[in-house]
Design a protein around this ligand. Structure first.
Ligand SMILES: O=C(CO)[C@@H](O)[C@H](O)COP(=O)(O)O
Length: 228
């Protein structure tokens, strides 16, 4: 079985049963809970905040991976850290001081990461490599679940993987390479081959429940397809 991490995005979960839904994905083998925060300003959609993070925290042991699609960023960092987030990622163009925001996240005891939209250049990474725990490449434009994977993400993943490996070869810390948007059983192998070690999947997971309402079947299918 593959060692790729799967982080189901609860954007596609049943919000009326969120506690049950996150317990079900953990029981099915999910590695992280991916938690999409949208502010109707940086992105057109409006979703969930620290209160919901705090509410689901007691339901799972696995890390909560908070993806901030908000502008500005900094005021939310302490709130999500207090609400039980383990990882906080943000878009560099949404923060006036990227280095400071990364450090702030780490100072609050969370892993820190940058998120790159399809048209955001990877050069944003170069001067903050030593502050990064996660690099998240968006393979759709952020704002909505259920969109189609943008193929130009594949060479971009290879380029990000090269930067991360070069950094590690020079004695730097290890950095997770995560991809988000349109990940399915029929493209996950290519995505992992291009260098991703962590895949967010929203509609692919929550849109394919087992007969008992769990998600073991689809989680297993994604992990198996990742190494096919
Ligand atoms: O952040 C986002 C969208 O902005 C993602 O996390 C999506 O929620 C992933 O959903 P699918 O593309 O897997 O349905």
């Amino acid at each position: 079985m593959s060692t790729v991490r799967i982080a189901p995005s609860i954007l596609s979960a049943d919000f009326a049963r969120l506690g049950e839904e996150v317990r079900a994905i953990e029981a099915a083998g999910a590695d992280w809970v991916h938690f999409d925060v949208m502010d109707n300003h940086y992105v057109p959609n409006l979703t969930i905040g620290p209160l919901v993070c705090e509410a689901i925290r007691p339901h799972v042991q696995i890390p909560i991976d908070v993806h901030l699609m908000v502008e500005p960023v900094d005021a939310l960092v302490p709130l999500f850290a207090k609400a039980g987030a383990n990882i906080i990622t943000f878009h560099p163009e949404a923060s006036r001081h990227v280095d400071r925001t990364l450090q702030m996240i780490r100072d609050h005891g969370c892993k820190a990461g940058l998120v790159f939209n399809p048209a955001t250049p990877l050069e944003w990474m170069d001067h903050v490599m030593d502050r990064l725990d996660v690099v998240l490449l968006m393979s759709v434009n952020p704002g909505f679940g259920g969109q189609k994977f943008i193929p130009s993400t594949l060479p971009k993943l290879q380029a990000a993987r090269q930067r991360i490996n070069t950094h590690a070869a020079r004695g730097g810390q290890s950095i997770v390479l995560e991809v988000d948007g349109g990940v399915k059983t029929d493209n996950i192998a290519q995505i992992v081959a291009a260098g991703a070690d962590t895949c967010v999947a929203g509609s692919a997971v929550f849109g394919a429940p087992d007969a008992d309402g769990g998600y073991r079947g689809v989680m297993q299918a994604l992990k198996q397809a990742a190494v096919a």
